[in-house]
Design a protein around this ligand. Structure first.
Ligand code: GLU
Ligand code: ZN
Length: 300
């Protein structure tokens, strides 16, 4: 099987310098090692998404010479898999986990969880997420047949509950929210498995997610890819570059600026990645650096 890496942006806004660092790192990691490189748009949370962001992200990647291998299937667009088309796959995975007794419905409101923090029953994890105090966790995991799991899901889901993974270490995290949206953890694991991703290189803001994904893959019988993290780029206030911290979008209207952006991303990697990794990807970077850049004129 062909080894594959991927870049999986959420279309909450255009890419900025921080996302370019992660994209370049995962592209170099794949290309320098003869792997395919896929792009997957993680459009799971429509209220947080920005119209047109997915198309702009793909344009930004192309303008920086970060071309992807086409993912061809019924639902893909521009050779890219969109998570919004994967509802059935996530549902099937959830039902499998229900049947195996690895998921339970949770009716806790945000207020209830906040109250649990206030009364000292739990606390936040380093990402600011409330560690689930286990209120809805059944004493014993209940296994069921797959058809029963489907009926159980439909019944409980009508109540508008969320669904939590029963993690062996007690870190029970959400797989589906009460509003019906799929959680990142389930979608990412199902799709990395579906697309045969063997190597993941992403920002270290997702470091905490690695053991969760590992446990979820184990429960779903999916292979474990290699996972590596790049330190995320921070601004002068020590905040991660993001839409919330007002990071400016990458520009694609000038070859000179595109080159500068790429050079910034590479120097950042030079300071933050291990020398052995850099030695492996250097040649590939030199080739990318020599490619002619085609700026894209703004469309309005
Ligand atoms: N969609 C996630 C993000 O934009 C990245 C997912 C991943 O690389 O696992 O933060
Ligand atoms: Zn609960």
């Amino acid at each position: 099987m062909q080894a594959k890496g991927r870049f999986a942006p959420s279309p909450t806004g255009p890419l900025h310098l921080g996302s370019l660092v992660t994209a370049l790192a995962s592209w170099l990691d794949a290309r320098a090692n003869g792997r395919q490189w896929l792009v997957r748009v993680e459009d799971l949370d429509p209220p947080r998404e920005e119209p047109g962001a997915a198309d702009l992200i793909l344009q930004q990647l192309s303008a920086h010479g970060l071309h992807w291998d086409a993912w061809e299937d019924r639902e893909s667009r521009m050779g890219v898999l969109f998570q919004s088309s994967r509802h059935d796959a996530y549902l099937a995975a959830l039902e499998t986990l229900i049947a195996a007794g690895r998921v339970y419905p949770c009716t806790c409101s945000r207020k209830r969880l906040q109250y649990a923090v206030g009364s000292g029953k739990t606390t936040h994890n380093p990402d600011g997420e409330i560690i689930y105090p286990g209120y809805c966790r059944p004493q014993q995991p209940e296994r069921m047949t797959q058809p029963r799991a489907e009926v159980f899901f439909r019944q409980e889901d009508r109540e508008g509950c969320s669904w939590r993974f029963r993690n062996d270490n007690g870190d029970d995290f959400l797989l589906r929210r009460a509003d019906g949206f799929w959680a990142y953890h389930l979608a990412v694991v199902v799709d990395d498995g579906f697309q045969g991703i063997t190597h993941i290189l992403r920002g270290d803001d997702l470091l905490h997610a690695a053991p969760r994904h590992q446990a979820l893959r184990e429960a779903l019988g999916l292979p474990q890819p290699y996972v590596q993290h790049v330190p995320v780029v921070k601004n002068d206030q020590g905040e991660k570059l993001s839409k919330q911290t007002k990071a400016p979008p990458l520009r694609i209207d000038s070859a000179e600026v595109i080159q500068l952006q790429l050079d910034f991303a590479w120097s950042y990697l030079e300071f933050h990645m291990p020398p052995s990794w850099l030695a492996r990807v250097e040649g590939c970077w030199a080739r990318l650096r020599q490619q002619p850049i085609k700026p894209v004129a703004p469309t309005c």
